[in-house]
Design a protein around this ligand. Structure first.
Ligand SMILES: *Cc1c(COP(=O)(O)O)cnc(C)c1O
Length: 386
């Protein structure tokens, strides 16, 4: 049986896969089972931020892999301790909890926020405000946090205690905080799955202020926007706000699963032994890889991300098949005149692999993509759009 046949017979029917079987890659290049070469403009879903088989990352992970792969959290290991230190130094967070995915990082963020409010104001202060059109994960609680009905409908009842407001609607959020018992507000700085839509500076600033005034925690879901993707180390840094909890995953792993929940000053001491945990969380191999990745995302590198953003926007905005471009850094949504599925198919046929977000073409290339590959990919995307 072919991989495609095996997949459709034995794998749960949850993915509408593209008709491509990927077998290998190097840097920004991917190869399929027929030997066809593609330029990677999706990095999985914003995961392989240094591309495929990045030498430094491979060295860091394989050295750890051959030494010790797993310990559980019953023992100390150096890579996750070092990674936590580096994340705290670079963000101002005080403590980090490690898990294995974005949804888990958000579960931890939600638990931490509720625990903070319970300790400080009482257990009835358990409401979390999230935004319509957001995406926070697929577990029952993170689905509840996700402000999109379509994801909810077959899985009710979801976890209680979530309130939804439109992005930009500060009045509704103020009203909720005044009338309900609210623990936290949770946002993505750029709504990724929602169509690569950045929040406005005014909204984020006002939100940060109102959270501070009311001792409501500001939780930022940086699962997709984090780790250099937006041109800042974390997306919130672009908005000049100080969050209380930040969750991340995707690009942090660079290709291996890891999630992290960063607890800033207010939430630093919410957990005690037994209040949260994970068997695989803080896996030494994934942590060694993440340590390598975070240590390389310096200012010079992030400036390069911004330059590539400028290049892509100037090229695509001059293309008559493009209606508009949204997003930050190398997380871009391209609104096309033609149906996005048609554009995507033409890209794939011509050797470029972007992905989709709602009705937009979504570009999440490796952050270190060469200009040679980037120029080639943009040329193919432009041709696919007209
Ligand atoms: C992908 C994503 C998640 C879920 O991450 P998983 O690793 O798939 O659980 C949560 N929040 C945001 C913003 C995401 O983009």
């Amino acid at each position: 049986m072919s991989t495609k046949e095996l997949d459709s017979q034995y794998i749960a029917n949850t993915y509408a896969r593209f008709p491509i079987e990927l077998v290998s890659g190097k840097g920004s290049k991917l190869y399929d089972s027929e030997g066809k070469e593609y330029i990677d403009m999706g990095t999985g879903i914003g995961v392989s931020i240094f591309g495929v088989g990045d030498e430094e990352w491979v060295k860091a992970t394989t050295e750890q892999l051959t030494k010790l792969q797993h310990t559980s959290n019953l023992y100390y290991t150096s890579p996750c301790a070092q990674l936590a230190k580096l994340l705290c130094e670079k963000t101002g967070a005080k403590k980090v909890f490690f898990s294995n995915s974005g949804a888990e990082a958000n579960e931890c963020a939600i638990k931490a926020a509720r625990k903070y409010a319970a300790d400080k104001k009482g257990v009835e202060y358990n409401k979390i405000i999230t935004l319509n059109n957001s995406f926070h994960g697929r577990t029952i609680t993170t689905l509840a946090a996700t402000g999109q009905e379509t994801f909810h409908k077959d899985f009710l009842p979801l976890t209680e205690g979530f309130l939804y407001a439109d992005a930009g609607d500060i009045d509704t959020i103020k009203k909720y905080i005044a009338e309900e018992k609210v623990a936290a507000v949770m946002i993505e700085t750029v709504q990724g799955e929602g169509g690569v839509v950045p929040l406005s500076q005014n909204f984020v600033s006002a939100l940060s202020e109102i959270c501070k005034e009311n001792d409501v925690l500001l939780v930022v879901d940086e699962v997709q926007t984090g780790n250099g993707r937006t041109g800042a180390l974390y997306g919130y840094m672009k908005f000049g706000v100080e969050p209380d909890i930040v969750s991340t995953a995707k690009g942090l792993g660079g290709g291996l699963p890891i999630g992290a929940t960063m607890l800033f000053e207010k939430a630093e001491n919410v957990f005690a032994p037994g209040s949260h945990g994970s068997t695989f969380g803080g896996n030494p191999v994934a942590a060694a890889g993440a340590l390598n990745i975070i240590s390389r995302l310096d200012e010079e590198f992030l400036n390069e991300v911004e330059k590539k953003n400028d290049y892509i926007i100037s090229e695509l905005s001059a293309c008559e098949g493009v209606k508009g471009i949204t997003g930050l850094g190398l997380m871009l949504g391209v609104e096309t005149v033609k149906d996005v599925n048609e554009v995507l198919k033409a890209c794939q046929e011509n050797g470029v692999l972007p992905i989709k977000a709602k009705n937009k073409l979504r570009l999440l290339p490796p952050l270190n993509i060469s200009y040679e590959d980037l120029e080639k990919a943009i040329e193919i995307i432009k041709n696919a759009c007209v």
